[in-house]
Design a protein around this ligand. Structure first.
Ligand code: HEC
Length: 277
């Protein structure tokens, strides 16, 4: 009898556990979602000036939601504490911009919804880069002051979605056993590659996924990979991938080692399994 009662209690506990809202590892939100819009509309707005704007060039001013207030609101909305989180801004053209919250500079910033000087009917006028015309809206991340390359500031535009991730290193990118030897490669991957490429479906979609179902080191030779990262144009005419010849050779090798390690940490290993969300 006692056993039966214990069993009933145990199953009850399991059911309740299953029903309770589980803290998600990550939450992805569309900024166009009416519930998100409602939250955004209550945030403090501010104006930010930048002296070397990468979009319209020169000195520009933007109006937007205070970044700290936005992150605090997002943390409450998703129940993900900011202290250990990482944030990803996703652009409509497939670029991802991802950082651990603790690595974001302590500098005024806004999630801008308007470039000052443009008419209210068109919050961002079109911009030109090379021979390409694009519109930076609906949202741009703008930092106060001047940008230097060494700041590694995330400066995404055309932002349509954000992901708040519970861990400083997004789980899909973690090497097996969190092997510290590959952490350098992982950091370099996050800073240089993940804006265009995904691993385990986490990262930009400007270039191809490099881990699932087949890892790129399973079908490319090491020599060719080294050559590609150093100078993509030496393999492919009109490659959309930038050259990384400026990067110390040791760093490029660290990235390759990281890629090789991720073979053992696939989230799916067949076409059909990878199709599932
Ligand atoms: C600006 C976007 C961009 C960045 C940044 C970028 N890539 Fe690429 N990469 C591409 C595109 C696009 C392709 C597809 C082919 C092409 O256009 O050359 C590609 C192709 C590749 C391929 C070949 C994959 C295959 O199966 O054909 C590898 C490997 C690769 N990239 C590795 C890297 C690594 C490592 C980094 C960081 C050091 C990196 N890429 C940074 C855009 C990018």
């Amino acid at each position: 009898m006692i056993h039966v009662r214990a069993l009933i209690l145990l199953s009850l506990a399991l059911i309740l556990y299953g029903l309770s809202p589980q803290a998600a590892a990550q939450t992805r939100v569309s900024l166009a979602d009416p519930r998100i819009q409602e939250g955004l509309s209550k945030l403090p707005k501010r104006t930010i000036a930048i002296s070397n704007d990468p979009i319209y060039e020169g000195a520009q001013r933007y109006e937007g939601y205070d970044l700290k207030a936005f992150l605090t609101w997002l943390s409450r909305y998703t129940s993900i504490p900011l202290r250990t989180a990482s944030i990803t801004f996703i652009a409509s053209d497939g670029y991802w911009s991802e950082r651990a919250l603790k690595d974001l500079p302590d500098r005024p910033a806004v999630l801008a919804f308007r470039h000052l000087g443009d008419p209210p009917t068109k919050p961002f006028r079109d911009a030109i880069q090379g021979n390409r015309t694009f519109n930076p809206g609906p949202y741009v991340l703008v930092w106060e002051g001047a940008y230097r390359d060494s700041d590694h500031l995330p400066i995404p535009w055309s932002i349509t979605e954000v992901i708040l991730q519970r861990e400083r290193i997004p789980e899909p990118l973690l090497p097996p056993g969190r092997d510290p030897k590959t952490l350098r490669g992982l950091e370099l991957w996050r800073l240089n590659c993940s804006r265009c490429h995904s691993i385990n479906k986490f990262g930009g979609s400007v270039g191809p996924e490099l881990n699932v179902p087949l890892n790129v080191t399973e079908y490319w030779s090491r020599d060719r990979l080294v050559q590609l990262i150093e100078n993509p144009a030496s393999l492919r005419w009109n490659s959309k991938m930038p050259s990384f010849s400026w990067m110390p050779q040791g760093d490029r090798e660290a990235i390759l080692r990281y890629l090789e390690t991720m073979r053992e940490a696939k989230i799916c290993s067949s076409e059909s399994a990878c199709l599932r969300p």
